[in-house]
Each structure stands twice: as C-alpha cells, then as structure tokens.
Design a protein around this ligand. Structure first.
Ligand code: TTP
Ligand code: MN
Ligand code: MN
Ligand code: MN
Length: 424
C-alpha cells in the first residue's frame, strides 16, 4: 500500500477532444508500438482494432510523464486488454513480441512499401501481395496496370516518402498564395493539417481557401490549378468538384467523416531557389549542398498515401491506365536523386464557402484521431452531427452556425483546444 501510495497516477478524460495533446510525448516507446499495431490493423482492413490501438496510444501520449508501472494505468480510459498486454510486455520485459513480430513480418513490410505509393490503398496493396508483389521492383516488373495517381506515386516515390520541413511547407504556401491572389484577389488561404498543429515535419502540405464574400469562391479551384499548371508547378493533380449541395441527401444530415468540398490532391514540383534573406547564415555563405537549399519556387512536396488519396472505388473507370514498364522503372531509379534541383511535394487544396469555413478549418486541421473523437463526442454525448461542413443538432432539429472554431467547441460544450494541442 505504501508503494502504491507513491505510484504516480494520472487522470485523463475519455475523449481525445477533451484533452490537450502537445507534440511533447513522454511515452514514445509505448506509443510507437501501439501506433505500429494500429497501422498494421488499418492496413489489414481491421479498422475497429486500429481505432482501439490509436485511442490507447493517444491516452499515453497525453500523459505528463513516462509510465513506469502498470499500476499507474489504473482508471485510465481507452486501454483495452490487448493494448494493456502490449504495454505490460514492454514495461516488464522491455519488448513486446507482438510488436516485434509485426514489424518484422514480410506482409507488414510489403504493405508499408506498397501503400507508400501515392494512390495505393490497402486493398490494392493486398491484391498485389497475393500476386507475389512485395517490392517496388517487383511491381515495376509485374506489368500491373496503374492509374495516373499511382504512376505519379511510383515515379516520385522517394521524394514523397521523405518528410517535408516547415520551411518547405512555407515555400509551398508562398506559391499557393501567388496562385490564389493572381486568380481571385481578396481570396484567403489558410494552412491546415499537421503544420497548423505545429508539427516540424509532414507528409504533405494542406491548405484551405475561401473568400469573404459567399459565392465568390465558386470556380476558384480550376483557376488556381490552371495558374499552377501554367507556371510549371504541378507534376500531378486531381480535382474533385464540390458535391455537397447537389448531393441527393444533402444538405440534410452531413455524412460522418467524408466531406464534399471542391478539392485538389496534387504533387508540386518545388525547385531550389536562392535562399531567402531570413534564412541565410550570418556569414552569408551559401550551403554547398544544393539539396539542402531552401526550396522556394518551382516544386516542393512530399507525402505518402493517406486518407486524402482517393479510394480506388472513386477513381473513374475511364481514368487512363498504363502498364508499368520494367525498363522505364529501371531508368527512373537510375536517376541520381542527389543532383535533382527540385523535389516532389504532396499538396492538398480545399475550397470552402465562407459560411462553412470554421467547420472546414476544424475538420482539416486534425489530427485524424482528434477529428474522429470530436465527431464521436458530438454524436454520443450531444446528439449532434459534426462534419467539415456543418454542425447539426438532432434534438433541436437544426443547424448550429459558427464563424470560428471557438464557437464550434462552445456549441459542443467543450473547452477550446488550440491547434497545437490537437496532436492526439
Ligand atoms: P493529413 O494531411 O492526412 O494529415 P496531417 O496533416 O495531420 O499529417 P501529415 O503530416 O501526415 O500530413 O490530413 C489532414 C487533415 O485532413 C486530417 O485531420 C484529416 C483531414 N481530412 C482528410 O484527410 N480527408 C478528408 O476527406 C477530410 C474531410 C479531412
Ligand atoms: Mn512535460
Ligand atoms: Mn497533412
Ligand atoms: Mn493532407
């Protein structure tokens, strides 16, 4: 009992959207293990298990100090038997068999490599694995047909799997700003996603675009894309038009987790340019390695396949498909990446009418678990439906308006959590 009295215990609310989760993590060994098991579950189409591991990891991530003893976990939410077993193995034996064996498994490694291709989801990867394809080279040699997104993903694989820096995100932001200002003066662009949460690196850069006069944003995306294309900034783009207003069931209850904004999944070509004044070393010397120069105009991007990648089912049947040619692949790989004066960068653009802007901003800032928990809180605790478009109160049978994120949290009866504390 005395020992027990000395054990530090924690008190943590159940929903991630009730907690402040910064980037500081005192339990990385545990959260890395649970996150990998979550990823493996998600890649194996076991979403329920995936969410359970994600929630458990998020609880540990929110703790103010390292867990050293299982007793400290008493009373904590979201820790199921399976997660507790993994944590116990690590705390008491120094390692989790399940984590180690999953990480080393051929199947997991192949799923990671193949879904690391932009445009390839877990189902496609699974089909390829069943056909004996485990590596990029095997894919290239296989003659599998790839859609346009997958071709671009394979071609820019290394760039898109190399983390982006905040400076690179900023450089992309300047390009997007130039594009938006050129085609619609007065339009506003806001950084969303991980970089808005203060992450130091990311797999893509996410932007939300709007105009203070409702309706002026209509048709904006195609103009922005045309401008970017004309300036040579785009290696790939796929624009999906807004389907919110015209949908059969809308604008009644918004769907749980899909939004229907006009959006563009793209790959930018970010070129190395003169380093900007602010980033020059004090002695004014230039970085001898051009690959480390600040990218500012031309191309920058990077990312992996993610939720934003259109699911296979959404790829139009008429989309041009190409056979992978082993020879082409070989040539591509032979290119000396180190001397390439640009990099590919994944960029997501979303256009929202100003009336939905606060919801879009909240929905696109993440983290993904934070978003999921906000919707769960809204539904289970408040009888409301939250989407990136609107908040519907099922009890009052009406939409609740909001012009800021703060108002949305207030409608939901939640304390406001700033973006930097949404890193659940
Ligand atoms: P991501 O860009 O996938 O993730 P991230 O920016 O948090 O992290 P990373 O550094 O890996 O890029 O997603 C950003 C947010 O966009 C995330 O909260 C989920 C949200 N989002 C989608 O990804 N797809 C959608 O269809 C909708 C509606 C939102
Ligand atoms: Mn601390
Ligand atoms: Mn992102
Ligand atoms: Mn994104």
């Amino acid at each position: 009992q005395q020992v027990e009295a000395e054990v530090v215990t924690f008190s943590v609310p159940s929903y991630a959207c009730q907690r402040r989760t910064t980037l500081e993590n005192h339990n990385t060994v545990l959260t890395d293990a649970l996150s990998l098991l979550a990823e493996n579950a998600e890649l194996s189409d076991e979403d329920g298990r995936g969410v359970a591991f994600r929630r458990a990891a998020a609880v540990l991530r929110s703790l103010p100090e390292p867990v050293t003893d299982m007793k400290q976990l008493r009373g904590l939410p979201c820790l199921g038997d399976h997660s507790l077993r993994v944590i116990k193995d690590i705390l008491e034996d120094g390692a989790s068999r399940e984590f180690e064996s999953t990480k080393q498994s051929e199947r997991f490694k192949a799923l990671k490599v193949l879904t690391g291709i932009f445009g390839v989801g877990s189902r496609t990867a699974d089909r390829w694995i069943r056909e004996g394809i485990h590596t990029l080279q095997q894919l290239r040699d296989s003659g599998q047909s790839l859609n346009r997104a997958q071709q671009a993903g394979l071609e820019h694989y290394d760039d898109l799997n190399r983390p982006l820096t905040a400076a690179e995100a900023e450089a992309v932001g300047e390009i997007v700003e130039r594009a938006v200002v050129s085609v619609l003066p007065g339009a506003q662009i806001t950084l969303t996603g991980g970089f808005r949460r203060g992450k130091l690196t990311g797999h893509d850069v996410d932007f939300l675009i709007t105009h203070p006069d409702e309706g002026r944003e209509e048709g904006l995306m195609s103009k922005v894309v045309s401008w970017l294309e004309s300036q040579g900034f785009l290696l790939y783009q796929k624009t999906t038009r807004n389907s919110y207003l015209e949908s059969k069931d809308g604008p009644a209850r918004p769907p749980a987790n899909m939004d229907r904004f006009e959006r563009c999944f793209s790959i930018f070509k970010l070129t190395m340019e003169e380093r900007r004044g602010t980033e020059q070393p004090e002695n004014g010397e230039r970085n001898p390695n051009p690959a480390e120069d600040t990218l500012s105009v031309g191309a920058r991007s990077g990312s992996q396949t993610d939720e934003n990648t259109p699911p296979q089912s959404q790829v139009p049947a008429d989309e041009r498909r190409h056979r992978v040619s082993g020879e082409d692949g070989g040539q591509e790989e032979a290119k000396p990446a180190a001397h390439k004066p640009w990099r590919a960068v994944r960029v997501d653009l979303v256009v929202s009418p100003i009336s939905q802007f606060a919801f879009a901003l909240l929905g696109w800032t993440g983290s993904k678990l934070f978003e999921r928990e906000l919707r769960r809180w809204a539904g289970h605790e408040k009888a409301m439906s939250l989407s990136s478009h609107a908040l519907y109160d099922n009890t009052q049978s009406r939409y609740l308006r909001a012009t800021s994120e703060e108002e949305i949290f207030a409608h939901l009866g939640l304390e406001f959590i700033p973006p930097s504390e949404r890193n659940a």
